[in-house]
Design a protein around this ligand. Structure first.
Ligand SMILES: CC(C)(COP(=O)(O)OP(=O)(O)OC[C@H]1O[C@@H](n2cnc3c(N)ncnc32)[C@H](O)[C@@H]1OP(=O)(O)O)[C@@H](O)C(=O)NCCC(=O)NCCS
Length: 171
């Protein structure tokens, strides 16, 4: 009879928070899960090179397992940054990586003298909204959440995701 005991082995994970490099771009597609955002990633990286965006990643052994993009200062909302494209790879969610990635991004804004930040949460994503509220974000308003991007095949994709816009005053 084969033993029913499954051996286990605990692995310590060291996560580093940093800016994305060009080498991260194909890796950010997460083996096909986000191939459709290839152009978005390339364009955002170019904007980062010009100083208008930050592409922040949570790095595990050289692989970007988490991502958060930042508009450091909104043109229509002075002294306020905007967070978007926030995600952690499925199998690493719920381990505190997302919280620390947000903390890192907030600390970078603070160092730049930015004192406010905005993030949106799709209305159906209750857990994300609850996470933001636990971290001090407050609902400001609703938004239709209409935007579009060009996918890796050159097609325009229209997105409609009604969302909450949340705000936090950094301290
Ligand atoms: C939201 C997300 C970035 C948070 O990162 P994380 O490392 O999982 O978060 P942490 O471990 O620091 O915090 C855990 C909290 O995150 C939220 N969360 C966890 N898994 C989640 C998931 N699959 N979807 C949405 N929120 C999630 C919950 O509030 C959770 O707290 P709870 O376990 O008490 O419910 C991550 O879960 C994720 O990528 N989710 C899918 C994509 C997404 O929803 N992005 C946010 C768009 S607004």
């Amino acid at each position: 009879m084969v033993s029913e005991i499954s051996p286990t082995y605990e692995v310590p994970l060291r996560i580093q928070f940093r800016f994305a490099t060009r080498a991260d771009l194909p890796l950010l597609e997460w083996y096909g899960q986000y191939t459709h955002f290839r152009n978005v990633y390339q364009r955002t990286f170019q904007e980062q090179s010009l100083g208008g965006r930050w592409m922040l990643v949570a790095d595990l052994n050289g692989f970007p397992v988490g991502q958060l993009f930042v508009v450091p200062e909104l043109s229509y909302y002075p002294d306020t940054g905007y967070f978007y494209s926030f995600r952690i790879m499925d199998h690493l969610q719920g381990l505190g990586i997302g919280t620390r990635l947000l903390n890192y991004a907030e600390s970078l804004l603070w160092a730049e003298g930015i004192r406010g930040v905005i993030i949106s949460a799709v209305k159906t994503n209750r857990r994300a909204r609850e996470l933001y509220e636990r971290l001090g974000y407050h609902i400001m308003r609703e938004d239709e959440g209409r935007w579009q991007y060009t996918n890796h095949l050159g097609q325009t994709v229209e997105v409609h995701e009604p969302c909450w816009i949340l705000e936090k005053h950094l301290q």
